[in-house]
Design a protein around this ligand. Structure first.
Ligand code: FAD
Length: 432
């Protein structure tokens, strides 16, 4: 492939203590935590709303806050759920503490919390690079309708899910899983007889919530008619009567590659229509269903993961290994979707695992934190922590740490871990 050289100047439009790239579940919580810790904070986000996979991917429910009925993730993530619930935008499904929600109310509450904390938002800004002095990031670069722009900062938090900022900064990455977990285009249906679908509520503790009866129908059709690849199906109440978020399409590929991403979008838009037809025709609860919308983008389960100061292993995780620098905990099962068939491996946890702070930064990168699904864990541990409540917990820790670093003028690996943990506990995080 040929390369061309381009030279463009970028307008510097802001200067902050903490710059958060990506406003998904990890990112908007990180920004609130940093701003409440006294830092000036900006979020740079490619869409015109917050929520990441929850709103741009229509991924539901928010999984999960509890293990064996005890809440394991608290603080700002739970405050967000309470605010969403107050507005009628969420149902807490106990004992697992899964959250069914309305994406539009999610966007609004996330935005209100972020703005109330004093965070500046830069929407419709696509991160395309960064400048560094040695390994210290000095500027991020993003594309806008006004051309290329830049923000300077003292600390940067990469919450892009795909570790885009870390990748631009040449941070060492772990080898990618082979194959990666599949991508799925989720969609919203109306006109569903949800009373006939008890699994629309995710209130069972140690049961995988896919609909086996529909899976059997689809498997039979797949053998007879060669229908598209699918998983689950999983679906979740969208609170309003008859509305359901559905997760069942599957595409195998690397969603950091333009060609794979384009093929995934094209294939899965076709597949959604076919799946809706099949559900209407073969499953009574869906006979009057109609497609309200597909998600703005294909849902991405797995891409890059940084090679941090510590790589959390599946064994650490399942054994509930304790770490002196634990900054959050997990509770979701280890949840691995097969790329080329309908299957999924699910391992329910006996103990709530601990997540060490060292998984959020990389040695010799003094001002970068990377929470969210691209944090430093192996394939197994990350297959649990990648879910929304868990990444919110990581975001809270990263934002809180960044604010402490601002105050102490130290690098992210030099932060006083005891103060960080004390601060997190005072905010409501559950670390014991
Ligand atoms: C099909 C599917 C089903 C899932 N099911 C569940 C489930 O049932 N329950 C659950 O809790 N979790 C589920 N997950 C996992 C979960 O949704 C994600 O792992 C989680 O949202 C990751 O959060 P994050 O903040 O790290 O990244 P994301 O949610 O991906 O957010 C990243 C944010 O960064 C922005 N961004 C990315 N790149 C750039 C860029 N270059 N410039 C500017 N902005 C950028 C994005 O627009 C987005 O807002 C599922 C995921 C998928 C794909």
């Amino acid at each position: 492939m040929k390369k061309i050289e381009i030279f463009e100047q970028a307008m510097i439009v802001g200067n902050y203590d903490v710059v958060v790239c990506g406003g998904g579940p990890a990112g908007f919580i990180a920004a609130i935590a940093a701003a409440r810790g006294g830092a000036s904070v900006a979020i740079v986000e490619q869409y015109g709303f917050l929520g990441g996979m929850a709103t741009a991917g229509l991924v539901a429910p928010i999984s999960r806050f509890n293990l064996k009925g005890r809440r394991m993730i608290g603080g700002i993530p739970w405050e967000f759920i309470e605010r969403l619930k107050e507005m009628g935008g969420a149902i807490v499904e106990n004992p697992p503490g899964n959250i069914s929600f309305m994406p539009e109310k999610y966007k609004l509450i996330a935005q209100r919390l972020v703005l109330e904390a004093g965070v500046d938002l830069y929407f419709h800004c696509y991160l395309t690079g960064c400048l560094k002095k040695d390994n210290e990031i000095t500027h991020i670069i993003f594309h806008t309708k006004e051309g290329m722009q830049s923000i300077t900062g003292r600390y940067f938090i990469d919450c892009t899910g795909d570790a885009d900022l870390a990748w631009y900064a040449d941070v060492p990455m772990q080898p990618k899983s082979n194959p990666l977990q599949p991508a799925s285009l989720c969609f919203c249906l109306g006109g569903v007889d949800t009373a006939k679908l008890p699994l629309a509520h995710h209130n069972l503790d140690t049961t995988n919530m896919h609909d086996v009866s529909i899976q059997n129908v689809l498997n039979e059709l797949r053998e007879k008619e060669g229908i598209p690849l699918f998983g689950g199906p999983w679906y979740s109440s969208m609170i309003e009567e008859g509305y359901l978020a559905v997760n069942m399409t599957r595409f195998s590929g690397d969603m950091t590659k333009v060609t794979d991403m384009t093929n995934a979008e094209c294939t899965l838009h076709e597949d959604v229509f076919r799946m809706v037809e099949l559900l209407k025709e073969h499953v009574d609860a869906f006979k009057n269903a109609f497609l309200v919308t597909t998600a703005p983008q294909v849902g991405i389960r797995e891409t890059r993961r940084i090679k941090g100061a510590y790589i959390l292993t599946g064994q650490d995780y399942v054994e509930g290994r304790r770490f002196p620098d634990a900054i959050s905990r997990g509770c979701h099962p280890i949840d691995i979707h097969h790329a080329d068939n309908t299957r999924q491996n699910v391992t329910f946890l006996e103990k709530s695992p601990y997540i060490p702070y060292r998984t959020l930064y990389v040695p010799a990168y003094p001002n970068l934190l990377v929470p969210g699904r691209c944090f430093s864990a192996d394939e197994t541990a990350s297959a649990s922590v990648r879910v929304q409540a868990s990444v919110m917990g990581l975001g809270q820790a990263a934002g809180t740490s960044a604010a402490l670093c601002v105050k102490d003028n130290c690098s992210v690996d030099d932060v006083n871990v005891e103060s960080l943990r004390e601060k997190l506990i005072s905010m409501g995080a559950i670390l014991d």
